[in-house]
Write a protein that binds this ligand. Structure first.
Ligand SMILES: NC(=O)c1ccc[n+]([C@@H]2O[C@H](COP(=O)([O-])OP(=O)(O)OC[C@H]3O[C@@H](n4cnc5c(N)ncnc54)[C@H](OP(=O)(O)O)[C@@H]3O)[C@@H](O)[C@H]2O)c1
Length: 314
């Protein structure tokens, strides 16, 4: 089968080439993949130890080609969105049936492929904040994939959402998604916040931590800045609030959360914010656009050219 294989000498370290078909375990269905989405982590953190020819990829949507042998999951021909820690960027992937959800009629597979890691991370992190009804919640890296889902989900949960972005242009569309305020970094906050969903790390996380209300919580989701986070806890204790800082990691399985996000998509209560969409032959362009902060939201790649969508970063 064709796949985007790891090639240390190719642009974006990705080459469309041959890869062996996946071998499914009894609990896994085999999917004919129609579209995949890229996430910052799987592009930015590729290991020097990854062997040439390896097929990476977390998010894929497609059609069940072979149902799981143990009888779990949907039958052949069902449209699904899927998650796994590798193997998405290929014509076929094997995926555990607890890591997929059925895509409702009327929801395009490329749109659904934007959901898994970014959407489920935003959902689980928003839930982890507890009740945010009427409370101030800061989202850093709000222009990105996780950020744009988080803005929508936190607003839906009743929060006063403050979206933090790197420049005014990166904020485009965020007010329409539910952001009540836009700031260019946590230093621009005019009052303390109850919750922080931090995708950037480094000085932004440190500044955000210092601006928590006494019972507030900051969730360290990601480190897109690449900066380590230095927090002076003595300063925080003496000059400002006494909030909590927690590390966040998305939990598997994704199936139930994907099904919930798909219901929101179908009801048009959630917008996947696809800022780049094109054929998987342009994978290196998509990876470059994502890492250079030129994608507003998600980058989606179609395996079969989709004339309804244009290529390019937004
Ligand atoms: N813990 C978990 O379970 C989990 C799950 C998913 C993702 N993550 C992590 O969460 C972070 C966000 O993921 P994502 O998929 O939303 O990424 P993304 O779409 O690339 O968005 C990241 C955002 O971070 C901001 N940013 C600030 N400094 C940056 C820099 N030096 N380089 C790149 N971006 C920078 C950018 O906003 P501006 O351009 O507006 O500044 C960008 O929109 C990543 O670090 C990812 O690894 C963690």
């Amino acid at each position: 089968m064709l796949a985007l294989v790891h090639d240390p000498h190719a642009p974006g370290l990705l080459r469309l080439g041959d890869a062996p078909d996946p071998i499914a375990e009894p609990t896994q269905a085999v999917i004919d993949v129609a579209a995949v989405s890229f996430n910052f982590g799987e592009i930015a953190y590729r290991s020097a130890l990854t062997r040439p020819g390896h097929v990476s990829g977390w998010d894929a949507a497609g059609v069940v080609a072979r149902p799981a042998a143990d009888g779990s999951g949907p039958p052949a021909g069902t449209r699904v969105v899927t998650f796994g820690w590798s193997g998405a960027w290929a014509e076929r992937r094997a995926v555990h049936t607890s890591e997929l959800a059925v895509v409702p009629d009327g929801v395009d597979l490329g749109t659904a492929s934007a959901l898994p890691v970014a959407g489920v991370t935003a959902l689980q992190a928003t839930r982890r904040l507890g009740s945010i009804l009427g409370r101030r919640v800061l989202i850093t890296g709000a222009s990105g994939g996780v950020g744009r889902f988080a803005v929508q989900l936190a607003a839906m949960a009743g929060a006063h959402v403050i979206a933090s972005v790197g420049s005014p242009a990166r904020a485009e569309g965020l007010r329409a998604l539910g952001a009540a305020e836009i700031v260019l970094g946590p230093t621009e906050l005019t009052a303390p916040v109850h919750g922080v969903l931090d995708n950037v790390g480094g000085s932004q996380l440190a500044e955000a931590f210092n601006r928590l209300e006494d019972d507030g919580v900051a969730l360290a989701i990601g480190k897109a800045s690449g900066e380590p986070t230095l927090i002076d806890f003595e300063r925080a204790r003496t000059t400002s609030a006494r909030g909590r800082l927690e590390n966040f990691n998305v939990s598997t399985p994704f199936g139930d959360d994907l099904a919930y996000l798909l219901r929101l998509l179908q009801a048009r209560r959630l917008d996947p914010q696809i800022g780049w969409r094109g054929p998987w032959t342009s994978a290196a362009d998509a990876a470059d656009a994502l890492l250079s902060r030129r994608v507003r939201g998600k980058a989606v790649l179609d395996l079969v050219p989709n004339p309804g969508f244009t290529t390019g970063s937004a």
